[in-house]
Design a protein around this ligand. Structure first.
Ligand SMILES: Nc1nc2c(c(=O)[nH]1)N[C@H]1C(S)=C(S)[C@@H](COP(=O)(O)O)O[C@H]1N2
Ligand SMILES: [Mo]
Length: 562
């Protein structure tokens, strides 16, 4: 082995790293340009057709319930952001690998990018809210641009002369195996360095820089145009004037809100109201173009209503506490708001619908949203006299977009996933035998009345009260449509002691409670709460998972007395 051939080998080795590294960079640029192009094209189609959104949506629909539950637990309402970042991280990794591969096998890289285009296009056109093949356009356009760019960039990395030089180098290496003259050393070194610079460095740098700049520009432009979309919807929301309700909410008793620090406020403001849905892009619906169709089994007078039609009907206003079935014991997915809307039972009666108890043929009402969500509620519950409504307003305003503008359903006493369809556009009367809505297809229950629950809001876990202090233990309890009659607190394994209940607003709202606890003995203490509803049933100790019909069990908080 001579010093010269060592040198040549090192330089070829370095060439391999260069090829791989620049290949990966090319892959990354191709990926960025593909996504940026897709984002820009999605402005012309619709924001939901962009591949990351479409693939993300498809992933949400296919995520096993246990994983979804875990994600909600880990990331809460940020779960969607985490999902999108996850998709981008996976794409980045694949782009790097694909680029490195493409540097050696020129065409494989571009074929790979095209394959991603096909996946994106397939996801976009198969979303439940996709009505047109044009949803494939962003993915296709992105893939073509990305593949083209990768092909071009990688082409700059592998110029012909480099190969010819390498061959020559190899030939001289064998013939000069025993010859280590100075001249041949010099000539080989110069050949090796020519091979190094033989690729089209200038072309690569120019193209890469241009691609990076163009991608950044297109992505920013696409993002901001997509963000500005829905101007009509925003304008239509600004124009809504909610009329005074024909049936106002009964005045909330003064004592419904306890004066205890750190208890959830009795009414939950918009910004604190939990949000749970599958929409990666919040639907922005133009109320002036919106229609609601009511049809199906036993509907003798089918109706298609406009938003203005609903505003002209007598409106009811009610305080109703909404809860999510994915809420863990002690969890945050429950909120209380003042809703205004049309009584659903009246509307159904106008359409000729009879509840099953009066011989009606439909026992399930399936609500469909503009984003393809389907939510099934028992017709009997909706028509049994409770204040089930098509809500148009929340806390004195038109519904926020995230909470279902222009119209959503609210049914007291049922978990949101079987009652509270946001962005509703269709109501079909059918049967539980004939149709399984979205969540039921994913192993959640067909019927899900809210379980009696209570939560300790204060003290927080691991609080350190002083020995001798009186600690206000307080929180909320809910059993919508049955009402809360009693809340009890237990310290460690002591006896259950009755907490003070705030005044009841209605049986459809939660109730605050408080219990002053004299923290005498030092060390760790477990505070536990349980509620009893008006049917006399006490909240069960039995812990269950959220799936299929809601978690159960007692909420405990451990504190340390100093
Ligand atoms: N269109 C649509 N409506 C939906 C959902 C959804 O994913 N899509 N989620 C439901 C669930 S599971 C709950 S708990 C409530 C939550 O309503 P909020 O986000 O206004 O609190 O909306 C319901 N309505
Ligand atoms: Mo939910």
């Amino acid at each position: 082995m001579t010093g010269v051939s060592e040198e040549a080998r090192t330089s070829r080795h370095r060439g391999g790293w260069r090829l791989g590294g620049l290949g990966s960079l090319s892959g990354l640029l191709a990926g960025c340009s593909a996504l940026a192009t897709a984002e820009l094209v999605s402005v012309a189609v619709r924001p939901e057709s962009s591949p990351v959104i479409a693939v993300g949506g498809a992933a949400i629909d296919r995520t096993p319930p246990a994983v979804k539950d875990w994600a909600i637990r880990q990331f809460g309402t940020d779960d969607k952001l985490v999902l999108q970042l996850g998709i981008l991280a996976v794409l980045t990794l694949l782009a790097l690998v694909l680029g490195a591969l493409a540097a050696r096998f020129w065409r494989i890289g571009s074929a790979g990018v095209l394959l991603f285009g096909v996946i994106g296009a397939f996801a976009a056109t198969n979303r439940p809210d996709s009505t047109s093949l044009t949803d494939a356009l962003p993915s296709v356009a992105g893939a073509v641009v990305g593949a083209g760019l990768l092909y071009y960039l990688v082409g700059r990395l592998r110029p012909r002369p480099a190969k010819a030089l390498a061959d020559a180098d190899q030939a001289s290496e064998t013939s000069n195996a025993s010859n280590t003259s100075k001249a041949s050393k010099a000539s080989k070194a110069s050949k090796a360095s020519k091979a190094e610079t033989g690729w089209d460095r200038r072309g690569f740098i120019v193209a890469a820089t241009a691609a990076a700049a163009a991608s950044a520009g297109a992505a920013l432009l696409g993002r901001s145009l997509n963000g500005a979309q829905g101007q009509n919807a925003i304008a239509s929301r600004n124009q809504v004037r909610l009329p005074a309700p024909a049936s106002p909410a009964s005045p909330t008793p003064k004592g419904a809100a306890l004066r205890v620090k750190d208890v959830s406020t009795f009414m939950t403001p918009h910004q604190d109201f939990y949000r749970v849905d599958t929409a990666l892009v919040v639907p922005k619906v133009d109320a002036t173009a919106w229609r609601l169709r009511i049809h199906g089994k036993g509907v003798t007078r089918e109706k298609t209503l406009t938003f203005a039609d609903l505003l002209r009907m007598p409106l009811i206003e009610r305080n109703i506490t909404l809860a999510c079935v994915s809420n863990e014991v002690g969890g945050p997915y429950v909120g209380n708001a003042r809703w205004i809307g049309v009584r659903l039972a009246d509307l159904l009666t106008q359409c000729g619908v009879e509840p099953p108890s009066k011989g009606g043929p439909a026992d399930q009402l399936v609500a469909r949203s503009v984003d393809g969500m389907t939510i099934g509620s028992p017709v009997e519950d909706v028509m049994d006299g409770r204040d089930a409504m098509l809500a148009l307003g929340m806390n004195g305003e038109p519904l926020p977009f995230a909470h279902g503008f222009p119209v959503r359903m609210v049914v007291p006493g049922l978990y949101g996933f079987v009652s509270a369809c946001k962005w509703i556009q269709d109501i079909e009367l059918t049967t539980f035998d004939d149709y399984d809505p979205y969540w039921v297809k994913r192993d959640w229950a067909r019927r899900a009345p809210i379980k009696t629950q209570s939560r300790i809001d204060t003290p927080k876990p691991f609080a350190r009260p002083k020995s001798g202090d009186t600690v206000m233990v307080a929180g909320v309890a809910w059993a919508q449509h049955r009402g809360i009659d009693k809340v009890e607190v237990r310290v460690d394994d002591g006896a259950w002691q009755q907490a003070e209940l705030a005044a009841e607003d209605t049986r459809d709202t939660w109730r605050q409670w408080s219990f002053p606890w004299k923290a005498a003995s030092g060390g760790g203490h477990t505070l536990t709460v349980r509620a009893t509803d008006r049917t006399g049933e006490t909240q069960t100790q039995k812990r269950t998972r959220t799936i299929p019909d809601g978690s159960s069990g007692w909420h405990s908080v451990v504190v340390t007395v100093d």
